[in-house]
Design a protein around this ligand. Structure first.
Ligand SMILES: C[S@@+](CC[C@H](N)C(=O)[O-])C[C@H]1O[C@@H](n2cnc3c(N)ncnc32)[C@H](O)[C@@H]1O
Length: 258
């Protein structure tokens, strides 16, 4: 990853750490339940949560695995996650700072690796997956959840622009076929998959990244002027001249190390 992209991620998340801990969309939902069901099936002794953000997935893992490592690139985020997880009474979580493209763990160190609502920020997803594969023991499970890329190129370009205006560290969301190709190339075999919907309440979603009023108004104008079919692809709800919410499809994949 370039230094410039690392700085973009750290600037974006460092200043919003508390908002990510407080975010209801991150705190739970069908996606976290699905991920957790897979984790229970794996019965991991040691689990790694990469790009842990506010720590909601790591906290869920802590109830299932013996030891958990919560890993993130952004120090203030990692501190916020530590405070949050400790406040919930979990003592089996260690916190490690770093880049997913260069995981500082030995080969085969983990039974399960999770990564939720984060890969769209990675500069090089293929490199991240090679690292996940390397730190998994043979037979271990990689459990990924992320925003699903849209099959319609116009809808995909529209939502990518919306995402980047709201958060310049957004790289892109991948389609299911792209995820499967990445996983296969990394030596991970898909054994289960699903798609769930996640509603994004507009005020909360734009507020979390501290957009200026001007940037937000410009984004809202961009959304209103977009072709109806692009808005419809993400169920944008307009209430008069306000945007109330839109809906992302989130892909979930369980892929095991050969
Ligand atoms: C939306 S948050 C993750 C949410 C969290 N996984 C959860 O389940 O609530 C995205 C996180 O990805 C982290 N991140 C982005 N790029 C990263 C990288 N290359 N290596 C490690 N962490 C990264 C950011 O610092 C940020 O904390």
């Amino acid at each position: 990853m370039s230094d410039a992209h690392a700085r973009r991620v750290q600037a974006q998340f460092g200043a919003s750490a508390a908002a990510y801990v407080a975010s209801t969309g991150h705190a739970g939902g069908d996606d976290l339940e699905r991920l957790l069901a897979w984790v229970r099936a794996c019965r991991p002794g040691r689990a790694l949560d990469v790009a842990t953000g506010g720590g909601h997935t790591a906290l869920a893992l802590a109830g299932v695995a013996r030891e958990v490592v919560a890993f993130d690139l952004t120090e203030p985020m990692l501190r916020a996650a530590r405070e949050f997880i400790r406040s919930r009474g979990s003592t089996n979580v260690a916190f490690v700072l770093g880049d997913v493209e260069a995981l500082p763990f030995r080969d085969g160190a983990f039974d399960a690796v999770t990564c939720r609502i984060a890969a769209h920020h990675f500069a090089n997803v293929a490199a991240a997956l090679r690292q996940a594969h390397r730190v998994l023991r043979p037979g271990g499970s990689f459990l990924i959840q992320d925003i699903l890329g849209h099959d319609d190129p116009a809808a995909n370009a529209f939502i990518t622009e919306v995402e980047r205006r709201r958060d310049p560290s957004h790289v892109r969301a991948y389609r299911a076929s792209e995820w499967k190709a990445f996983l296969r190339a990394a030596g991970l075999t898909v054994i289960d998959e699903g798609v769930v919907r996640k509603v994004r309440p507009w005020e909360e979603w734009t507020g979390r990244t501290r957009m200026t009023l001007e940037a937000r108004e410009a984004l809202e104008a961009f959304v209103r002027q977009a072709p109806e079919r692009c808005r419809a692809a993400f169920d944008f709800e307009l209430a008069g001249d306000r945007i109330a919410a839109f809906t992302d499809r989130m892909i979930l994949l369980r892929a095991d190390r050969d």
